[in-house]
Write a protein that binds this ligand. Structure first.
Ligand SMILES: Nc1nc2c(ncn2[C@@H]2O[C@H](COP(=O)(O)OP(=O)(O)OP(=O)(O)O)[C@@H](O)[C@H]2O)c(=O)[nH]1
Length: 215
């Protein structure tokens, strides 16, 4: 069985009276990935959830979900990554759903495109405008670091911005396989912080059918 299904199998067997197993429920952390179109949000989520860099990507329409089950200090946790659309025309009907019950936010810019960095202010405003609680952890990711000769956003500038907004900064590349550990760290760092917030409810933030219909 894929690891994602083990928790529910135990639950089903226990309720059917087959085995006196304890009720095991996997916590789900909803992490949304936000930023301009083309900065590499889809590629970063692919790298984290599937371990690969996709040969070809299309602009995300609405939202795509990817999941990965991780183990932190003996607890199995499902990290549910919401890969959101960067293009306004593909996101406008979905924005409310992105931010609803979100547990953590990843803001992404492209280190080779200054406008994607200056637009971060706008993305942060949108996030704040959706009443995301201040305690929801947020991180900043500068992607495409493999394109060394094309870098427009100096690390020092990004670090200053991250500090001013109380965020950790990760500079990485979804493309470079040598950076895959660094991509993993982005999501694992958030998952560890969320695990430490013991008050998080055991509930699934998957969209309701009505939500999906609006996509
Ligand atoms: N060189 C390089 N190219 C990358 C990297 N990450 C993504 N790309 C390329 O950037 C382009 C856009 O990547 P996507 O992941 O589709 O971008 P996105 O942010 O999801 O775009 P939207 O869905 O429109 O919001 C693709 O051609 C990718 O191959 C990276 O780390 N390095």
């Amino acid at each position: 069985l894929p690891s994602e299904h083990r928790g529910s199998l135990q639950t089903d067997q226990a309720s059917a009276g087959c085995f006196p197993l304890p009720y095991v429920q996997t916590r789900i952390f909803k992490i949304i990935v936000i930023g301009d179109s083309n900065v590499g949000k889809t590629c970063l989520t692919f790298r984290f959830c599937g371990g690969t860099f996709p040969d070809k990507t299309e602009a995300t329409i609405g939202v795509d979900f990817r999941e990965k089950t991780v183990e932190i200090e003996g607890e199995r946790i499902k990290v549910q990554v919401w890969d959101t659309a960067g293009q306004e025309r593909f996101r406008k009907s979905m924005v409310e759903h992105y931010y609803r019950n979100v547990h953590a936010v990843v803001f992404v810019y492209d280190v080779t495109k200054m406008t994607s960095f200056t637009n971060l202010k706008m993305w942060i405003e949108e996030c704040n405008g959706h009443a995301v609680p201040p305690l929801v952890p947020k991180v900043l990711v500068g992607n495409k670091c493999d394109l060394k000769d094309l870098i427009q956003v100096p690390s020092s500038m990004a670090l200053k911005f991250a500090d001013a907004h109380n965020m950790l900064l990760f500079e990485t590349s979804a493309k470079d396989p040598k950076e895959s550990q660094n991509v993993e760290s982005i999501f694992m760092c958030l998952a560890c912080r969320l695990k430490a917030q013991k008050s998080l409810l055991y509930r699934c933030p998957r969209p309701q059918p009505a939500d999906e219909g609006e996509a």
